[in-house]
Design a protein around this ligand. Structure first.
Ligand SMILES: [Mn+2]
Length: 276
């Protein structure tokens, strides 16, 4: 699983390589999960690029979305994506304003009507959460939503049609929290996990410059791409037949892996040495 590519084609292609290596290693029995915000990256010239955003790249939202759909078609049932707050803006949610006053309008203008319609069709296939028998529950944002069961996630209305303003979505107890929450208390996470039938919560949405952060025994925030330097980008590889009781069962070099091992710092299981 990986998080928040935000239109970075290079990191998308790296995840495809990792997935295809896993398919070879496990005789086709592997899954790839993107936990939302595949789209909406920077439209910034190299000379204006702020250092804290990591290595330079230019937004390729449309290309990433088409590549995702192609990969999902190539490997039916094995490639999955969750809705992020950035995708949600294209199908009824509030419009995000990270790199433009209205990123939804900007990307749709760049793509034109027919590619926009295709992108919306792809986004409509994205789920709000993914649940696995190994105990991991995946969402875009933190597990702060109040649900009784997975059925509450499946029944959630994403259209925004019932709100006076798309911004009202932010205040809803299910969709607003899953797509926008940056943190959850231990009690919130435990309640959410109990309702979803899992033991650990894995999500992105926020930038963790060090690559990942464990919160208590139940939560881990993962940063695969956006806002992170190549040395610190990580993805998570799980054995779906295992049982993970706490996020401390996830080990660096086993479940927590560097996106670019030859560039990653040794503390993340990489081979590169830290520059003094
Ligand atoms: Mn997000």
């Amino acid at each position: 699983m990986c998080t928040d590519l935000q239109g970075c084609m290079r990191d998308f292609q790296r995840m495809v390589t990792i997935f295809e290596e896993a398919l070879l290693e496990y005789q086709g029995d592997a899954h790839l999960l993107f936990t939302g915000d595949l789209i909406h990256g920077p439209h910034i010239d190299p000379e204006d690029w702020p250092d804290f955003l990591g290595e330079y790249y230019r937004d390729a939202s449309g290309e990433v979305m088409i590549a995702y759909a192609g990969l999902a078609a190539q490997y039916p049932g094995r490639v999955h994506a969750l809705l992020g707050n950035h995708e949600h803006g294209h199908i009824g949610g509030p419009h995000t304003a990270k790199f433009a006053a209205d990123e939804v309008a900007l990307v749709e203008q760049i793509l034109g009507p027919s590619a926009t319609a295709r992108m919306r069709g792809i986004i409509h296939t994205f789920a709000l959460a993914a649940v696995s028998r190994c105990g991991a529950v995946f969402t875009h944002g933190a597990p702060a939503a109040v649900i009784e069961s997975v059925a509450d996630l499946e029944a959630a209305d994403l259209s925004g049609a019932q709100y006076a303003s798309p911004l009202d979505v932010l205040d809803t107890p299910v969709v607003g929290k899953i797509l926008w929450a940056r943190s959850a208390t231990e009690a919130e996470a435990r309640r959410f996990l109990r309702a979803a039938g899992g033991t650990i919560s894995i999500y992105g949405h926020d930038v963790i410059p060090e690559g990942f952060e464990c919160v208590g025994d139940e939560q881990i925030v993962v940063s695969t791409s956006f806002g992170v330097f190549d040395t610190n980008k990580v993805y998570v590889s799980l054995d779906l037949a295992a049982k993970y009781r706490s996020v401390h069962d996830l080990r660096i070099g086993h479940e927590i892996l560097p996106l670019y091992p030859d560039r990653a710092l040794a503390r993340l299981g990489g081979t590169a040495r830290a520059l003094k």
